[in-house]
Design a protein around this ligand. Structure first.
Ligand code: SAH
Length: 258
């Protein structure tokens, strides 16, 4: 082992990159990137963020987007350890917040098993930030007292069983990884009698090509089809969606037809 290698201080930072707009990274995140020896980044992180890292830092894309070739989680864990042991500070850049459907804890746990110190820098999760950028609050006094963030695609490939319960509640329901499961999710909300519940779908929130459709449970599927909405996208079900300006226009349109 060379002298240089003996001086290596291995550590890992799990860094939340935010929903996409590179300006939505925290200041603490910028500082972490500035001291990175290696950056391992996912598909849902903006490559512009890599500019905060030193030019000589190693930058490795580890993929992860449905339908695309990506490294298995196991390989990512091993790469992270390998780079930390050989180069020092590894910044593991993850979309949104590392602990919201980000498998962040698995990486933290794996690093701990090698006694490599890990610090966590939270990020703005798409689940709250993307509705917020559209001026859709996930809670609103007198309208929504809570919100659920649920996966549309569990490990077994099914929608989460929690959606059945959430659809019965008055909460705002945000579904991640749910676009492909929209027909099933709509069916669940209809079975709960929520045909007219305001609903929005946002594609690529906070990015320049952000797109949004707004309707109600029974119209949202055809709107998504018409507008050809694609992943990454999230679904928002709840009265709070009625606060969006385009929902107000929709009501006006209906009123003028009736
Ligand atoms: N840890 C991330 C979520 C990872 S799961 C976070 O906190 O945001 C990936 C899913 O998040 C995507 O399938 C999509 O449903 C949602 N998502 C992430 N970024 C998004 C964005 N910019 N716009 C819309 N949905 C997004």
């Amino acid at each position: 082992m060379s002298d240089q290698k003996l001086n290596i201080e291995s550590r890992i930072t799990l860094l939340g990159a935010g929903p996409g707009d590179p300006d939505l990274l925290t200041l603490k995140g910028v500082k972490a990137l500035q001291t990175a020896d290696v950056v391992l980044y996912d598909a849902l992180t903006n490559e512009a963020l890599l500019e905060h890292a030193p030019a000589e830092a190693i930058k490795v894309y580890v993929g992860k987007r449905s339908g695309e070739h990506s490294y298995p989680q196991d390989t990512i864990n091993k790469l992270m350890i390998d780079y930390a042991l050989n180069y020092g500070h590894v910044v593991r850049l993850k979309g949104g917040d590392p602990f919201v459907f980000g498998r962040g804890y698995e990486e933290l746990d794996y690093a701990a098993s090698y006694s490599i110190p890990v610090s966590v820098i939270p990020g703005i999760s798409s689940s709250i930030g993307v509705p917020g950028l559209q001026q859709i609050p996930v809670t609103h006094r007198g309208m929504s007292e809570s919100f659920w963030v649920i996966t549309g695609t569990t490990t077994s490939g099914e929608v989460s069983a929690d959606i059945y319960q959430a659809a019965q509640s008055n909460a705002t329901v945000v579904v991640l990884m749910g676009l492909k499961k929209l027909p099933k999710i709509v069916e669940i909300f209809k079975a709960a009698g929520k045909h007219h519940l305001p609903t929005a779908v946002v594609q690529n929130g906070s990015a320049e090509d952000e797109r949004l459709v707004v309707g109600v449970v029974e119209t949202i599927e055809s709107l998504v089809q018409q507008e050809n909405i694609k992943a990454p996208a999230l679904l928002i079900f709840g009265e709070v969606v009625s606060l969006h300006p385009s929902f107000k226009n929709l009501i006006k349109q209906y009123a003028s037809i009736a």
